[in-house]
Ligand binder design. Structure first.
Ligand code: SF4
Length: 255
């Protein structure tokens, strides 16, 4: 993994995600290297890694906490920020750099609402901060119930079982948790829902949007069925039914 330190001029980036005012990305690049990743376009913002394979580099914005604090001081009122939108805020380098943690501390100090979205159990390291935050949600991207699928399509991301253990831990800490099944990889909706259902307050699903990137891999593994719109609709609907059976109302979002 090629890890480079860089500086950034901005931390808060205006967001078009409903309910989120800004996104914060402490890293450029993502060591999880999911093969279907939508954020591959971020390479064009890199000086050194424009032609590098996605998942082979991470640029660490070492001054981001300082920049964020300066921006927060200039805001007239608190807003809501999400970590992160084009990288995983708890990818392995976060363990030593602690930038996501620093951003959380700053947001909390300035009274901001916080949403986290990650594939990593490292988020439980920050439970002390998250417990103290009055308005925080923690979302886990859990894209399949089958770790064989995860190993092919998310080869460098944490195993599904590790994400599930972390989800349970965060839920049991009394924090608002959610799962983003995005994209819906080949999965069994009954098994996936049984694993996540007891530990979430909210569920979102999204189809596989960048099919071209993984079409050949799907075909090689006999997963062609999961490339169709019908698969996305049926799988999303099956998860929705499970949610309704449990909660009696629709709190599931088709992203
Ligand atoms: S964790 Fe998210 S940003 Fe990172 S490679 Fe996977 S899909 Fe892309």
């Amino acid at each position: 993994m090629d890890i480079t330190e860089i500086t950034s001029k901005t931390a808060l980036v205006r967001s078009r995600i409903p309910g989120v005012d800004y996104v914060i990305n402490p890293f450029l690049g993502c060591a999880h290297g999911c093969l279907y990743c939508y954020a591959v376009f971020m390479r064009k913002y890199s000086r050194r890694h424009r032609a590098a394979a996605w998942g082979s580099f991470v640029e660490v914005k070492v001054n981001i906490v300082e920049v964020l604090r300066a921006e927060l001081r200039r805001k007239r009122k608190p807003g809501r920020a999400m970590l992160a939108s084009v990288c995983d805020p708890y990818q392995p380098v976060e363990k030593s750099y602690r930038l996501t943690r620093g951003c959380l501390e700053a947001l909390l100090e300035f009274g901001w609402g916080i949403d986290i979205l990650t594939r990593s159990p490292l988020v439980v390291r920050d439970l002390d901060i998250l417990r103290a935050a009055p308005d925080v949600t923690v979302g886990f991207s859990i894209t399949t119930d089958d770790d064989r699928v995860r190993r092919v399509l998310e080869p460098q991301a944490p195993p599904i079982a590790a994400r599930l253990r972390a989800l349970k831990q965060v839920y049991e800490a009394g924090i608002h948790t959610w799962v983003f099944v995005a994209p819906m990889l080949p999965l069994n909706p009954d098994r996936l829902y049984a694993a996540i259902g007891p530990y979430i307050h909210h569920l979102m699903v999204d189809p596989l949007n960048y099919r071209q990137q993984v079409r050949d891999i799907y075909r090689r593994h006999g997963w062609d069925y999961a490339l169709t719109d019908a698969y996305a609709v049926q799988t999303g609907a099956a998860l929705l039914r499970k949610w309704q059976d449990r909660h009696g109302q629709t709190s599931l979002t088709l992203a």
